[in-house]
Design a protein around this ligand. Structure first.
Ligand SMILES: O=P(O)(O)OC[C@H]1O[C@H](OP(=O)(O)OP(=O)(O)O)[C@H](O)[C@@H]1O
Ligand code: HPA
Length: 175
């Protein structure tokens, strides 16, 4: 068990399980985008670890870019998405893969897809390490899912509680 800012978290998904799923998703993306050069867009902050580990399992040419949005404060969604760093890549006619650490209510991803669509890409695919089906309020088509999880707050492997816990190499769940 670990404690962050007075809240207790218990082990949930270990590093080996994460690595196994990343290998499978990496192989699938490599197959689906064979002979293409997709633009992978990582969503900061949370997706940095998932993205950096996942791309090591891609055997295709890719460009990597980042965007930064925030919607969470503590363990709750604020209900609005704030753009903190915008898109710099040229996406016209390109195939885009958005990479997220978690889709919870779906608010952030809905906002991101709308914003990326304005750049006229050829296609948009969505990859997320974690998905909480029971928390979803804004419907999103997800192409690659690491783990479907129950509706409980999680930290580690890029995910934070109040800015802390992102460096933990596995995933913990609120007790
Ligand atoms: O589906 P939703 O309810 O929108 O929740 C998912 C979003 O919340 C988290 O980001 P957060 O706003 O905490 O920013 P961070 O990535 O910097 O931690 C997470 O990284 C997703 O972007
Ligand atoms: O469960 C979560 N943990 C950390 N950040 C999050 N952002 C949305 N849901 C979560």
């Amino acid at each position: 068990m670990i404690e962050i800012q007075g809240k207790e978290f218990v082990p949930f998904i270990n590093a080996e399980e994460i690595d196994n799923r990343l290998q499978a998703i990496g192989a699938q993306i490599s197959l689906d985008f064979k002979d293409e050069t997709p633009v992978i867009i990582g969503v900061l902050n949370g997706a940095f670890m998932f993205l950096s580990d996942l791309i090591k399992y891609l055997n295709i040419a890719t460009e990597i870019s980042f965007i930064k949005v925030a919607s969470y404060s503590g363990t709750d969604s604020t209900g609005k998405v704030t753009d903190l760093i915008g898109l710099e890549s040229e996406l016209e006619g390109r195939r885009v893969i958005i990479v997220e650490d978690i889709i919870d209510t779906g608010l952030s991803m809905t906002h991101l897809i709308k914003s990326i669509q304005t750049k006229n890409p050829k296609s948009i695919a969505v990859a997320t390490l974690l998905f909480k089906p029971e928390a979803l309020k804004y419907s999103v088509d997800i192409d690659y899912i690491g783990f479907k999880i129950e509706n409980k707050f999680v930290v580690g492997y890029g995910l934070d509680y109040d800015g802390l816990g992102r460096n933990i190499p596995s995933i913990y769940q609120l007790k």
